[in-house]
Design a protein around this ligand. Structure first.
Ligand code: FES
Length: 214
């Protein structure tokens, strides 16, 4: 397994290419000792998933602060059980002033995730883990740190390819290469434990492919 992230594609690289890069990103994260789990149990069959079928995920086992990653339609979908402390960072005025689009005005999420936590329920983040610069998989660094991955890290996502930063709601920082917030996929809670990725709540129309930057 490689210990480095695949080189970023050049400008104009097609979607097919950067999804290949994302696959490389999975390997890189695995060797970087970043806490995550990859759920690859396909439900329903893998060929049906590949065709874009919705996918049901049991989110009740995600520990506080933990991230899990599933593949849906070839994309890494990030689920994070955000603690109260993590949620507090999303409303911190000093942190909000450092974000490029704190109010999610760019069409990178369905209407039901256009809120301060960018999700249906504040405690559960559901994001597409594709950097909006050139498509790498951002690393999950949830805790503040004086040195890692960069100085005075407040917690969030860091893309190792060119240094883009996102907060714990996937909102991009100012003055980094990535232009937009991480996308939010369509999803709905079937019950308190189960999230269906690829299906909107009743009466809502939203497709991942419609977002501005993916
Ligand atoms: S791909 Fe360039 S910063 Fe993420």
């Amino acid at each position: 397994m490689s210990s480095t992230t695949s080189p970023p594609p050049s400008h104009g690289t097609g979607r097919r290419d950067f999804l290949g890069l994302v696959t490389g990103g999975f390997a890189a994260i695995g060797t970087a000792a970043i806490a995550w789990s990859l759920i690859d149990s396909m439900n329903p069959a893998a060929d049906v998933i590949a065709a874009g079928a919705p996918m049901d995920i049991d989110v009740s086992k995600i520990e506080p602060g933990q991230q899990i990653i599933i593949r849906w339609r070839g994309m890494p979908i990030l689920f994070v059980n955000r603690t109260a402390e993590m949620l507090a960072t999303l409303r911190n005025k000093a942190d909000l002033a450092r974000l490029s689009d704190p109010n999610s005005t760019v069409y990178q999420q369905p209407a039901y995730a256009k809120n301060w936590h960018r999700s249906v329920k504040p405690e559960l983040a559901v994001l597409v883990g594709i950097c909006t610069h050139l498509g790498c998989l951002p690393g999950y660094f949830p805790k503040p740190d004086k040195t890692q991955p960069v100085e005075n890290w407040p917690g969030g996502y860091f893309c190792p390819c060119h240094g883009s930063k996102y907060d714990l709601a996937g909102r991009v920082y100012k003055d980094v290469p990535a232009p937009d917030n991480l996308p939010v996929p369509p999803y709905v809670f079937l019950d308190p434990k189960t999230v269906r990725v690829g299906q909107n709540p009743a009466g809502v129309s939203f497709n991942t492919g419609d977002v501005v930057q993916l």
